[in-house]
Ligand binder design. Sequence first.
Ligand code: TXA
Ligand code: MG
Length: 324
Amino acid sequence: MNDIARAVELLKAGELVGIPTETVYGLGADAANPAAVAKIFTAKGRPADHPLIVHIPGANHLECWAVDIPDLAYELAEDFWPGPLTLILKRAPGVPDAVTGGQDTVGLRVPGHPVALELLREFAATGGSGGIAAPSANRFGRISPTTADHVREELGDAVSLVLDGGPCRVGIESTILDLSTGTPVLLRPGHITPAAIQAACGALPAAPTAAAPRASGTLEAHYAPATPMRRVEGSRLPELLDAMQHSGRRCGVLAHSQPPQSGMPHVWKMLPAEPVAYAHDLYAALRELDHAGVDLIVVEAIPDSPAWQAVGDRLRRALAGAGA
Ligand code: TXA
Ligand code: MG
């Protein structure tokens, strides 16, 4: 039996499977099976009222999960699916509360990774609901996995099988757009930018207004290493690194500029000075620095421009949760 067939068997048996997507790896369960979905929360240590994204094989499955679907949802699906865009829609009756966290909406996405798509198609072909509920396959609040090894490191035996689809192409979680209220609202920035959404359908999404955390990916502290973190402007870096060296402490620097001098005791992790490539490498770099045995992870401040919005969002939440 090949790995996809094994994964389908496990999903049907109510077990968890690690799934590669183009954004990050997911921890998948049969979305129509509340007992299976409950295992996700246990494995992640995630609060039960946090809703999950349901992954579907194509936009033709939207009506299985959502009602009152606006035309805009179909237009966006046409332009961006399969791909890193999650749409929040009014839930259909019968969607388990375990998936929606008891809300009247459901998050849906067709992932743009060949392994995930093949799994979803094969799973749907067995006659089930064809939906796989999957949050990122990390422990709650921690760094999302972008390789199969990261998933095993995060979750160990809690997951029966991890499908290895190689390193994730995008590297940060999908853009989440709420279409359930009449006005499109951007709940989580991602690879698909507000400008791309506007170019596709003419509507520029609004920023979220409610303070309530509807999405754990929108909590203040998330995506965080265990090592303390600090953000520093590039121009102030040499001074901070000198001071740390003098007090006998080592830093891991998440940088997009060249190191100021050689021979420092610090670990310099160089990322590309371009937001899409930076996002691709971000989580693996954070994970590496978190394991480097340094006293502090220093993030060189990134540009404050729309192109860097999604990276800035992940870094801000990592900074808020680090060292916990
Ligand atoms: O790229 C991704 O979206 C990855 C891959 C695996 O697909 N998944 C992911 O899942 O990031 P997770 O659970 O780590 O983040 C999904 C976010 C959560 O913050 C969740 O609260 C939000 O989506 N979400 C899901 N359903 C929602 C709903 N009905 N209303 C508001 N937010 C929702
Ligand atoms: Mg997550």
